[in-house]
Design a protein around this ligand. Structure first.
Ligand code: WT7
Length: 646
């Protein structure tokens, strides 16, 4: 890669907030000055918005870099901050969760009720032997019990590892093993597109033969039949005898809160570790300021699944720490009909809405008549996350969903950063369609060349975070060296995010996507390596190369180039082979990784040292002129593949 990255987007429109919005906004322009004047004092002030069992005196200890300690001598209970604190402050009757199940069943749960449920669940987990530092795997649909389970772990100082319900038994198993989980919490099944998808069978398959798993707790949701094993226990049976007295104990600020697995450039699962005080500080601060949350009046809805980082920071922890009222929706955006999301906004009078560009683009395709047939006038702030939002989608979001009045906050961050890092402030920023804009107060970022020097205005390069931040990952579970190598090796003192970015003449940031072998499908990171290993694990496959090719709806789509073994070529029809391989990847990793296209090829383009040149495959898949082929061993390979791709 060259030292700079060119960006071809030119965008001159901008949209300042209305005077009225700015006047009532939580964040006022002075916030930037305050943070700039003394970054650490600024974060200490934000942290003191939380309840500390033991107040901290130390803010940041970076002496053991890149392993940070934030508020290290303080003690905190994350669940207490999300629950008891609000009840004690007199907000027990405020709705915490408006749950909407896909079949249309609803439950509104107040802060008092949620607190009592979490206390019971904490007592239940404690009765199963869960204590501080133990790992609990959570594999669930998006239902209130999922949030209750996470908070119950947090309350006990145990570490949860939520695994997205779309992952396969194989992926689930490797994550349970890596974390050494002793308890798995799951459901019989959940609702998706009108039918029940079973979760329990995947858990049965995943935990078979794993001795460390002592209990599997099963929430009844789908009503589907389940096979019962010796270590299984129904959530409702286990909870029934529990009482709702539970005194939250303070844990040290650096007590681990959760592990969340994400994709890296190798196939091995990468358990991103987050801890308590710093994480909650930044999740709560950003949630309040970036979304301009007024907890007494706003109804907030983030459409992310709790199984991703967005669901951790902006469904579970940020909103609950702030005492927000939020919608929690189980199902798919377009079931039973394409307007379901907009119906939910109308029904609950959602005022703050946070979703992903991939969803916006799929609604654009269905047509504006669908949202326009609903009353969306309750909306006042719109958020976007997961991938760059193209200006066209941004404008559609603004006009059709936001009625030309709602500020749009595009939020850049990662599983590793734990919370939002770059975003507009809705009452301050003059927003530009497609730009993530500026780092939030208290965060310092830079765009640099391969050598680590600042690129200057109107230039592109690599995005880095130059100073430690409160919600930063504290490492990779069980692998400190991989943590250092992945994020700190390249620039030493700066965190390398793996993204390319461009700075415009005003210094605003435009994200350009990943620069490593990681792709972004519907706002979710997938590793090319992981999908390649899944393909190669099929006995018909000799070799495979996977790339992320741009896709109108999902941002990027998985495209695979596969060389079959000779026998497979003789025995299997072309269409059958492709069908089998797509199903194989879905089984190994999950439906999200299923390739959009698979091309069966004779040879893969390689450098003389034997590296697959994915860049050329990407050119082919995206129908571009094929780039520099000077390091290629055999140009015919590329020509042949090119002829195969429509
Ligand atoms: C990667 C992180 C953060 C929660 C969801 C994804 C891309 C994320 C944006 C944005 C441009 C974005 C980056 C990043 N990304 N948000 N607003 N604009 N790109 O979390 O799975 O850890 O993926 O998603 O490439 O590195 P994740």
């Amino acid at each position: 890669m060259s030292t700079t990255i060119d960006s071809l987007l030119h965008e001159n429109r901008h949209f300042p907030p209305s005077a009225e919005f700015s006047a009532n906004a939580i964040a006022k322009p002075e916030i930037y000055d305050e943070a700039r004047a003394d970054r650490l004092a600024f974060w200490a002030t934000q942290a003191r918005e939380l309840h500390w069992h033991t107040p901290f005196t130390e803010v940041l200890d970076w002496s053991n870099a890149p392993f940070a300690r934030w508020f290290g001598d303080g003690e905190i209970n994350v669940a207490y901050n999300c629950l008891d604190r609000h009840v004690i402050a007199g907000h027990g009757d405020r709705v915490a969760l408006h749950f909407e199940g896909e079949p249309g069943d609803t439950r509104s749960i107040t802060y008092a009720e949620l607190t009592s449920e979490v206390k019971k669940a904490a007592n239940m987990l404690a009765s199963l032997g869960v204590k501080q530092g133990d790992r609990v795997a959570i594999y669930m649909p998006v239902i209130p019990e999922t949030v209750v389970a996470m908070l119950a772990c947090a309350r006990l100082g145990a570490i949860h590892s939520v695994i997205f319900g779309g992952f396969s038994a194989e992926s689930l198993r490797s994550r349970i093993v890596d974390a050494g989980a002793t308890v798995v919490i799951t459901a019989d099944g959940g609702y998706r597109k009108g039918s029940v998808f079973a979760l329990k069978p995947a858990v049965d398959e995943a935990v078979a033969g794993i001795e460390t798993v002592e209990h599997v707790v099963v929430v009844k949701r789908g009503g589907n039949e389940v096979v019962w094993n010796e270590r299984d226990i129904w959530w409702h049976d286990a909870i029934a005898p529990m009482n709702d007295d539970h005194v939250a104990q303070g844990f040290e600020s650096e007590n681990p809160l959760f592990i969340l697995y994400t994709s890296g450039t190798t196939g091995a699962p990468k358990g991103i570790l987050h801890t308590s005080g710093g994480y909650l500080t930044q999740a709560a601060f950003t949630h309040r300021n970036v979304f301009d949350l007024h907890p007494e009046t706003d109804v907030y809805w983030c459409t992310a699944d709790v199984g991703w980082i967005t669901g951790h920071s902006y469904v579970a922890y940020g909103p609950l720490a702030n005492g927000a009222t939020q919608v929690l929706y189980e199902g798919t955006p377009d079931f039973p009909e394409p307007g379901r999301w907009w119906d939910i906004i109308e029904k609950y009078k959602v005022s703050i809405f946070y979703t992903a560009p991939t969803a916006i683009r799929s609604f654009m395709k269905m047509g504006r008549e669908i949202p326009q047939a609903r009353d969306l006038s309750s909306l006042r702030v719109l958020g976007s996350v997961g991938e760059p939002i193209n200006p066209e989608a941004w404008m559609w979001y603004r006009e059709v969903i936001g009625g030309n009045t709602c500020p749009i906050v595009d939020t850049w961050w990662q599983t590793e950063t734990g919370a939002i890092m770059i975003a507009a402030m809705p009452g301050i920023t003059n927003t530009k369609p497609g730009s993530a804009q500026v780092p939030i107060p208290g965060i310092t970022i830079d765009v640099v060349t391969e050598e680590g020097t600042h690129v200057g205005p109107e230039a592109g390069g690599l995005l880095v975070v130059s100073e430690p931040w409160p919600s930063m990952l504290r490492g990779i579970w069980g692998d400190p060296d991989r943590y250092k190598d992945t994020y700190w090796d390249k620039f030493g003192d700066k965190y390398f995010a793996g993204d390319g970015a461009h700075l415009d003449a005003d210094g605003d940031v435009w994200l350009l996507g990943r620069v490593d072998d990681v792709m972004n499908v519907s706002g979710h990171r997938l590793s090319t390596m992981e999908i390649e290993s899944a393909l190669v694990s099929n006995h018909h496959v000799a070799e495979a190369a996977v790339i992320g090719a741009s896709d109108e709806t999902t941002g990027q789509a998985v495209v695979a180039f596969v060389i079959l073994k000779r026998r497979a070529k003789e025995e299997l029809g072309h269409a059958d082979a492709i069908k089998e391989l797509r199903a194989h990847v879905a089984k190994e990793i999950g439906a999200i990784a299923r390739p959009r296209d698979i091309y069966l090829v004779e040879e893969l383009p390689k450098t003389r040292s034997g590296k697959i040149m994915r860049r050329l495959l990407r050119d082919i898949a995206e129908g571009r002129e094929i780039g520099d082929t000077s390091t290629l061993t055999d140009i015919n390979v590329v020509t042949q593949i090119d002829n195969q791709v429509p």
